[in-house]
Design a binder for this molecule. Structure first.
Ligand code: F6P
Length: 342
């Protein structure tokens, strides 16, 4: 069998581990893999390259994706969807494995509805894809953000400052909550819960009265100050999937904290640092298991689905379940986080 493989959307540590696993599993069963460059964009253009065992040698620990990625939406412009299907035939690809977040998986589902043989693989540092317990990349991002929070503690304490740390998380606060809990943040603000700046300032004031003159506030980029106020964005023009580029809510919150408490406040926006570099062992293992499972699902004819982590098992789930809603933080995680506020 000949499989096509693409990685779409924002990159994430562990993508190369999936690519290696797909190629190795396919090769072990006598199947071949063609890599499609730059996500759906490469399928529209017909840009492919053979993925041999040699081509994937040494990539397990590397961040990024050797295939490249893009936010191309194959169903947005003219006949791009038809061109993708035509290229699947042109290269005699009998099935396609599409690795991505909700947007890429949504496009994979659409191709599947049109009769193409597609298996998805969930990825995102945001951990907000539904129907799976965790996505690879998330653990690495949490490690990076936790290390940053640890470092910010010492400089915050030295200067008696408030440090606002902005992390990624467009729809959900998984990175903020996990890194905030792991890093001992004094307040964590997530999109799942309305922001109460009065409460944030009370926490900071109470700490000051106890002689703790510094505080760490972690905020997810997708936090809004109220239901009616929009996102803080870096770029208003939406991408091909309708998403604006978020970033900067940390500055808005920091200004408010400084003016209400009078405490000098600084902002750190971690940004793409969270998506770069080598994946953790956990992410390498999860990504490897998913890549192996994806090939097995192709062989079993389980199309329109993706392998998902449920407990400690990898199971096939419908793509429709994965993209139905962003997977939000469960209330018990928020409860754990709030126990340590102040
Ligand atoms: O989807 C993952 C994500 O990391 C979001 O948290 C973030 O808003 C977005 O990607 C940024 O993507 P880029 O700037 O690469 O388009």
């Amino acid at each position: 069998m000949r499989l096509g493989l693409l990685t779409g959307g924002g990159d994430c540590p562990g993508l190369n581990a999936v690519i290696r696993a797909v190629v190795r599993r396919a090769d072990a069963g006598g199947d071949t893999v063609l890599g499609i460059k730059d996500g759906w964009g490469g399928l529209v253009q017909g840009e492919v390259e053979p993925l041999t065992r040699l081509a994937v040698s040494g990539i397990l620990s590397r961040g990024g994706t050797i295939l490249g990625s893009s936010r191309t939406n194959p169903f947005r412009d003219g006949d791009s969807g038809e061109r993708c299907s035509a290229n699947l035939r042109r290269y005699a690809l009998e099935a396609l494995v599409a690795v991505g977040g909700d947007d890429t998986l949504g496009a994979a589902l659409e191709f599947s509805k049109r009769g193409e043989k597609v298996v998805g693989v969930p990825k995102t540092i945001d951990n907000d894809v539904g129907a799976t317990d965790y996505t690879f990349g998330f653990d690495t991002a949490v490690h990076i953000a936790t290390e940053a929070i640890d470092r910010l503690h010492t400089t915050a304490e030295a200067h008696s400052r408030v440090m606002v740390v902005e992390v990624m998380g467009r729809h959900t606060g998984w990175i903020a909550a996990y890194a905030g809990i792991a890093g001992g943040a004094h307040c964590i603000l997530v999109p799942e819960k309305p922001v109460d700046l009065g409460r944030v300032c009370d926490v900071i004031e109470r700490r000051r009265k106890r002689g703790r003159h510094f505080s760490i506030v972690v905020v997810a980029e997708g936090v809004r100050l109220s239901e009616t106020r929009g996102y803080v964005v870096q770029e208003e023009t939406p991408d091909a999937y309708g998403h604006v580029r978020l970033g900067g809510i940390g500055h808005v919150i920091a200004r408010e904290i400084e003016s209400r408490t009078g405490i000098e406040t600084r902002v750190t926006i971690l940004g793409h640092v969270q998506r770069g570099g080598s994946p953790t062992a956990y992410d390498r293992i999860l990504a490897t298991r998913l890549g192996v499972a994806a090939v097995d699902m192709v062989r079993a004819g389980e199309f329109g689905k993706m392998p998902a982590l449920r407990g400690d098992r990898i199971v096939p789930v419908p793509l429709a379940d994965a993209i139905a809603h962003p997977k939000r933080l469960p209330p018990e995680i928020l409860d754990v986080a709030e126990t340590f506020f102040g």
